[in-house]
Design a protein around this ligand. Sequence first.
Ligand code: ATP
Ligand code: MG
Length: 236
Amino acid sequence: MELLELEEVHAGYGPTQVLHGVSMKMAEGEIISLLGANGAGKTTTLRAICGGVRWDGAIKLSGRSLHRMSTEDIVRSGLAHVPEGRGILTDLTVEENLRLGEHLRRDRDQVRKDYVRVFEYFPVLRERRRLSASTLSGGEQQMLALARALLMRPRLMLLDEPSLGLAPLVVRAIFEIIRDINRADGVGVLLVEQNARLALELSTHSYVLEVGRVAVAGLSSELKGNDSVRRSYLGY
Ligand SMILES: Nc1ncnc2c1ncn2[C@@H]1O[C@H](COP(=O)(O)OP(=O)(O)OP(=O)(O)O)[C@@H](O)[C@H]1O
Ligand SMILES: [Mg+2]
Protein backbone atom coordinates (compact mmCIF):
# COMPACT_ATOMS: atom_id res chain seq x y z
CA MET A 1 0.00 0.00 0.00
CA GLU A 2 1.17 3.54 -0.69
CA LEU A 3 2.09 5.69 2.29
CA LEU A 4 0.65 8.75 0.62
CA GLU A 5 -1.51 9.14 -2.43
CA LEU A 6 -2.94 12.26 -4.02
CA GLU A 7 -5.41 11.92 -6.80
CA GLU A 8 -6.60 14.89 -8.87
CA VAL A 9 -6.27 17.30 -5.97
CA HIS A 10 -7.67 20.77 -6.54
CA ALA A 11 -7.12 23.46 -3.95
CA GLY A 12 -7.02 27.21 -3.62
CA TYR A 13 -7.69 30.22 -1.50
CA GLY A 14 -11.19 31.64 -1.74
CA PRO A 15 -11.96 32.14 -5.42
CA THR A 16 -8.35 31.55 -6.47
CA GLN A 17 -7.60 28.04 -7.70
CA VAL A 18 -3.97 27.12 -7.12
CA LEU A 19 -3.80 23.35 -7.61
CA HIS A 20 -5.44 22.09 -10.79
CA GLY A 21 -5.51 18.33 -10.34
CA VAL A 22 -2.30 17.20 -8.65
CA SER A 23 -1.70 13.46 -8.47
CA MET A 24 1.27 11.87 -6.78
CA LYS A 25 2.16 8.90 -4.65
CA MET A 26 4.92 7.69 -2.40
CA ALA A 27 5.76 4.36 -0.84
CA GLU A 28 6.40 3.70 2.84
CA GLY A 29 9.80 4.98 3.96
CA GLU A 30 10.60 6.81 0.74
CA ILE A 31 12.00 10.32 0.23
CA ILE A 32 10.16 12.26 -2.46
CA SER A 33 11.01 15.75 -3.58
CA LEU A 34 8.48 18.28 -4.75
CA LEU A 35 10.13 20.91 -6.89
CA GLY A 36 9.03 23.89 -8.93
CA ALA A 37 9.29 27.64 -9.31
CA ASN A 38 8.01 30.19 -6.82
CA GLY A 39 4.23 30.18 -6.73
CA ALA A 40 3.91 26.77 -8.41
CA GLY A 41 1.83 25.43 -5.51
CA LYS A 42 4.33 23.39 -3.50
CA THR A 43 3.41 24.86 -0.14
CA THR A 44 -0.27 24.64 -1.02
CA THR A 45 0.15 20.93 -1.77
CA LEU A 46 1.62 20.37 1.71
CA ARG A 47 -1.17 22.47 3.24
CA ALA A 48 -3.77 20.35 1.47
CA ILE A 49 -2.21 17.15 2.84
CA CYS A 50 -2.26 18.41 6.40
CA GLY A 51 -5.70 19.97 6.18
CA GLY A 52 -4.55 23.59 6.14
CA VAL A 53 -6.43 24.53 2.99
CA ARG A 54 -9.70 23.43 1.41
CA TRP A 55 -9.28 20.82 -1.29
CA ASP A 56 -11.17 18.42 -3.58
CA GLY A 57 -10.06 15.11 -4.99
CA ALA A 58 -8.55 12.33 -2.92
CA ILE A 59 -5.72 12.31 -0.40
CA LYS A 60 -4.96 9.09 1.41
CA LEU A 61 -2.45 8.32 4.15
CA SER A 62 -1.76 4.57 4.27
CA GLY A 63 -4.98 4.02 2.36
CA ARG A 64 -7.09 6.10 4.70
CA SER A 65 -8.86 9.17 3.31
CA LEU A 66 -7.89 12.47 4.91
CA HIS A 67 -10.97 14.22 3.65
CA ARG A 68 -12.59 16.46 6.27
CA MET A 69 -10.19 15.29 8.95
CA SER A 70 -9.02 17.94 11.41
CA THR A 71 -5.33 18.78 11.40
CA GLU A 72 -5.07 17.30 14.89
CA ASP A 73 -6.51 13.97 13.75
CA ILE A 74 -4.20 13.99 10.75
CA VAL A 75 -1.24 14.46 13.10
CA ARG A 76 -2.49 11.60 15.24
CA SER A 77 -2.61 9.37 12.20
CA GLY A 78 1.12 9.86 11.63
CA LEU A 79 1.80 13.03 9.74
CA ALA A 80 4.20 15.77 10.85
CA HIS A 81 4.43 19.06 8.98
CA VAL A 82 7.42 21.37 9.21
CA PRO A 83 5.96 24.45 7.55
CA GLU A 84 7.57 27.18 5.50
CA GLY A 85 9.34 29.44 8.00
CA ARG A 86 9.67 26.49 10.41
CA GLY A 87 6.80 27.28 12.77
CA ILE A 88 9.01 27.66 15.82
CA LEU A 89 7.38 29.55 18.69
CA THR A 90 10.03 32.08 19.64
CA ASP A 91 8.23 33.13 22.85
CA LEU A 92 8.83 29.63 24.20
CA THR A 93 11.99 27.85 25.24
CA VAL A 94 13.59 25.14 23.13
CA GLU A 95 12.24 22.53 25.55
CA GLU A 96 8.71 23.92 25.39
CA ASN A 97 8.82 23.82 21.60
CA LEU A 98 9.90 20.18 21.72
CA ARG A 99 7.10 19.35 24.13
CA LEU A 100 4.62 20.57 21.51
CA GLY A 101 5.85 17.74 19.30
CA GLU A 102 5.08 14.93 21.72
CA HIS A 103 2.20 16.25 23.81
CA LEU A 104 -0.43 14.15 22.02
CA ARG A 105 1.44 10.91 22.67
CA ARG A 106 0.58 8.45 25.40
CA ASP A 107 3.62 6.14 25.10
CA ARG A 108 5.71 8.04 27.67
CA ASP A 109 8.53 5.48 27.84
CA GLN A 110 9.04 5.66 24.12
CA VAL A 111 8.84 9.46 24.24
CA ARG A 112 11.75 9.50 26.69
CA LYS A 113 13.78 7.31 24.35
CA ASP A 114 12.90 9.55 21.44
CA TYR A 115 14.24 12.57 23.31
CA VAL A 116 17.55 10.75 23.70
CA ARG A 117 17.66 10.05 19.97
CA VAL A 118 16.66 13.57 19.03
CA PHE A 119 19.42 14.98 21.21
CA GLU A 120 21.87 12.62 19.53
CA TYR A 121 20.92 14.08 16.19
CA PHE A 122 20.92 17.64 17.49
CA PRO A 123 23.19 17.98 20.56
CA VAL A 124 22.96 21.77 20.38
CA LEU A 125 19.28 21.55 21.32
CA ARG A 126 20.11 19.80 24.58
CA GLU A 127 22.66 22.48 25.42
CA ARG A 128 20.15 25.23 24.71
CA ARG A 129 17.02 23.55 25.98
CA ARG A 130 16.29 26.08 28.70
CA LEU A 131 16.86 29.08 26.44
CA SER A 132 14.30 30.96 24.44
CA ALA A 133 13.96 29.58 20.92
CA SER A 134 14.45 33.16 19.73
CA THR A 135 18.14 32.88 20.68
CA LEU A 136 18.75 30.07 18.17
CA SER A 137 20.38 30.71 14.81
CA GLY A 138 18.43 29.98 11.64
CA GLY A 139 20.06 26.58 11.26
CA GLU A 140 19.40 25.71 14.89
CA GLN A 141 15.78 26.75 14.50
CA GLN A 142 15.48 24.41 11.53
CA MET A 143 16.98 21.65 13.70
CA LEU A 144 14.43 22.45 16.40
CA ALA A 145 11.61 22.22 13.85
CA LEU A 146 12.87 18.84 12.66
CA ALA A 147 13.35 17.61 16.22
CA ARG A 148 9.84 18.66 17.17
CA ALA A 149 8.46 16.84 14.13
CA LEU A 150 10.44 13.69 15.02
CA LEU A 151 8.99 13.71 18.52
CA MET A 152 5.59 13.23 16.93
CA ARG A 153 6.81 9.77 15.85
CA PRO A 154 5.47 10.37 12.35
CA ARG A 155 5.25 7.92 9.49
CA LEU A 156 5.44 10.83 7.10
CA MET A 157 7.18 14.17 7.46
CA LEU A 158 6.32 17.09 5.21
CA LEU A 159 9.27 19.47 5.02
CA ASP A 160 8.78 22.85 3.39
CA GLU A 161 12.11 24.28 2.23
CA PRO A 162 14.32 23.24 5.13
CA SER A 163 17.31 24.87 3.41
CA LEU A 164 15.78 28.33 3.19
CA GLY A 165 18.15 31.05 4.39
CA LEU A 166 20.82 28.65 5.62
CA ALA A 167 24.52 28.53 4.74
CA PRO A 168 25.50 25.67 2.40
CA LEU A 169 27.38 23.73 5.08
CA VAL A 170 24.43 23.89 7.45
CA VAL A 171 22.12 22.77 4.66
CA ARG A 172 24.38 19.78 3.98
CA ALA A 173 24.38 18.84 7.66
CA ILE A 174 20.61 19.09 7.89
CA PHE A 175 20.08 17.06 4.71
CA GLU A 176 22.36 14.34 6.06
CA ILE A 177 20.32 14.19 9.23
CA ILE A 178 17.12 13.96 7.17
CA ARG A 179 18.67 11.03 5.33
CA ASP A 180 19.70 9.37 8.63
CA ILE A 181 16.23 9.82 10.09
CA ASN A 182 14.70 8.31 6.99
CA ARG A 183 17.04 5.33 7.04
CA ALA A 184 17.01 4.66 10.77
CA ASP A 185 13.32 5.15 11.41
CA GLY A 186 11.81 4.45 8.00
CA VAL A 187 10.00 7.77 8.13
CA GLY A 188 8.69 8.86 4.74
CA VAL A 189 9.77 12.36 3.76
CA LEU A 190 8.02 14.66 1.33
CA LEU A 191 10.55 17.40 0.74
CA VAL A 192 9.73 20.73 -0.88
CA GLU A 193 12.91 22.39 -2.06
CA GLN A 194 14.19 25.29 -4.13
CA ASN A 195 17.60 23.65 -4.09
CA ALA A 196 16.73 21.11 -6.78
CA ARG A 197 20.23 19.73 -7.04
CA LEU A 198 20.34 18.68 -3.38
CA ALA A 199 16.77 17.48 -3.37
CA LEU A 200 17.37 15.23 -6.37
CA GLU A 201 20.37 13.74 -4.61
CA LEU A 202 18.43 12.97 -1.47
CA SER A 203 15.21 11.64 -2.97
CA THR A 204 14.32 8.54 -4.94
CA HIS A 205 11.46 10.11 -6.91
CA SER A 206 10.61 13.70 -7.73
CA TYR A 207 7.65 15.69 -8.89
CA VAL A 208 7.98 19.07 -10.55
CA LEU A 209 4.99 21.39 -10.24
CA GLU A 210 4.26 24.09 -12.74
CA VAL A 211 1.37 26.46 -12.02
CA GLY A 212 -0.52 23.93 -9.96
CA ARG A 213 0.03 20.91 -12.18
CA VAL A 214 2.58 18.11 -12.21
CA ALA A 215 4.78 18.96 -15.20
CA VAL A 216 7.37 16.22 -14.74
CA ALA A 217 7.62 13.19 -12.49
CA GLY A 218 10.08 10.37 -12.30
CA LEU A 219 13.13 8.85 -10.72
CA SER A 220 15.34 11.57 -9.27
CA SER A 221 18.41 9.98 -10.83
CA GLU A 222 16.80 10.24 -14.26
CA LEU A 223 15.62 13.82 -13.81
CA LYS A 224 19.10 14.76 -12.64
CA GLY A 225 20.56 13.37 -15.84
CA ASN A 226 18.00 15.00 -18.13
CA ASP A 227 19.44 18.30 -19.35
CA SER A 228 16.24 19.67 -20.82
CA VAL A 229 14.24 18.95 -17.65
CA ARG A 230 16.99 20.52 -15.62
CA ARG A 231 17.14 23.65 -17.72
CA SER A 232 13.39 24.06 -18.20
CA TYR A 233 12.16 23.31 -14.71
CA LEU A 234 14.98 23.13 -12.24
CA GLY A 235 16.95 26.23 -13.12
CA TYR A 236 20.47 24.88 -13.05
N1 ATP B 1 -2.96 32.31 1.94
C1 ATP B 1 -3.04 32.58 0.63
N2 ATP B 1 -4.05 33.31 0.11
C2 ATP B 1 -4.14 33.58 -1.21
N3 ATP B 1 -3.27 33.12 -2.13
C3 ATP B 1 -2.24 32.40 -1.69
C4 ATP B 1 -2.07 32.07 -0.30
N4 ATP B 1 -0.96 31.31 -0.18
C5 ATP B 1 -0.47 31.17 -1.42
N5 ATP B 1 -1.24 31.80 -2.33
C6 ATP B 1 -1.02 31.82 -3.79
O1 ATP B 1 -1.03 30.50 -4.27
C7 ATP B 1 -0.05 30.30 -5.28
C8 ATP B 1 0.86 29.12 -4.91
O2 ATP B 1 1.52 29.46 -3.70
P1 ATP B 1 2.41 28.43 -2.91
O3 ATP B 1 2.79 29.10 -1.64
O4 ATP B 1 1.73 27.13 -2.82
O5 ATP B 1 3.64 28.29 -3.90
P2 ATP B 1 5.08 27.64 -3.67
O6 ATP B 1 5.30 26.72 -4.81
O7 ATP B 1 5.20 27.12 -2.30
O8 ATP B 1 6.04 28.92 -3.88
P3 ATP B 1 7.42 29.32 -3.12
O9 ATP B 1 8.49 28.54 -3.82
O10 ATP B 1 7.53 30.78 -3.41
O11 ATP B 1 7.29 28.99 -1.68
C9 ATP B 1 0.68 31.63 -5.41
O12 ATP B 1 0.18 32.31 -6.53
C10 ATP B 1 0.35 32.34 -4.13
O13 ATP B 1 0.31 33.73 -4.33
MG1 MG C 1 6.35 27.58 -0.69
